[in-house]
Design a protein around this ligand. Sequence first.
Ligand SMILES: [Zn+2]
Length: 448
Amino acid sequence: MARQMNIQCPNCRNPFNAVVESVIDATADPQAKARLLTGRVNTVSCPNCGTPVTIASPILYHDASKELLLVFMPMEVPLPKPQQEKVIGDLMKELTARLPKEAMKGYMFNPKQALTMQGMIETILQADGVTPDMMNEQRERVRLIEQFMSTPDDLLESVVQQNDAKIDAQFLQTMSMMAQRMVQDGRPDIAQQVLATQQMVAEFSSFGKQLMEQNRVQEEIVRSVADDIQTIGAGAQRKDFADLAIRYAADEQRLQALVGLARPAFDAQFFQELTARIGAAPADQRDALEAVREQLMQLTAMVDQQQQLVVQEAAALLQSMINSPDIEAIVDENLPYLDDAFMSVLTANIQEAQRTGNIQLSARLKQVYESVVNKLRDNMQPELKFINDLLSMPDDEARTALAENIADFGQPLIEMMDAVQEILASRGEGSLLEKLATLRQDAVQALE
Ligand SMILES: [Zn+2]
């Protein structure tokens, strides 16, 4: 529940429109709650000079699950009591208009007043079971992060080691969240610094070292499972995947890697076949096989859920691009997130807009698409860009272009061709693979 308001920048006097939120219902809009808790409700940056501006405006906060109704009246707008009550009454009307009648309860007639935004945030956190101790710990983490960020690189190792005991999963997670918030606030430069510091903190701390070792072991497992999948080959049947899963049986990490790498192999038919196989197995083996089936079912559900999250995030990013007045800028800021998942969500949206005949949306999406593709192309290594161009030309033209340019690229082009070859092979792009093989031969001959 938000409205537009015209405000004036206190620094440069530039007038601009800002979104003001006055009623936040935690159940209806959990993201608004998250914005409130991170101090991002009713604060905007002046589009002209970047000065952060806090809009002093009353807020009503409601969380039905906690029976919590809070009202924040900023001290910047002191109102006589009767007028205050009118403001609260208006906000209540706005809130209750959205709620079903049976949701009205006693606590709703007597909202608690918060005198400061911080007070409001603390009350909400306490109702969520976040104790003052936990809040203090979090403040301490933020303070320490700021200290690390302002420490020169050559001294950081010793400063991290002095604080070694304070560095744990929550600490590193707080840094990730900080970086995320900076990106959302339009400061990807600071986000980069936070992530670079996080990387060093991980390298210098005992917890970070342990974590990196775990990751290394995990990567090794994924690699060895990928090798096993490669060994059963491209023509592998569901039965071969079942054999592999049964071989891993008690090794949860290996099973997880297997499902993650080859999710499509574990479809409904796979489970039917496995069930039949369990039925036909000797009685003394059935329990173990059933345990494997149970694990595989849980893992497929988990992978699907993660996949859904990735798609949701990509869709949210696309939405903010469509809404942005400056597509180029927002694409630029989000370059690291323009991955395969994002591209497939974008293409699906373009197709859907065309299908439903939504011309305006479809034009906007194409603008996003062009900007994204241009940015990705600009950021490609020159060798990759060249190979990409070659693959999109007719065969003869491509061979001519290669002959003309091979001397400029030299050996690195062959190496890049091998990397592209691997990617194409993993995607089963047969005809492109053939074309690439021909070009590679030409390139090798030309360089000899
Ligand atoms: Zn300004």
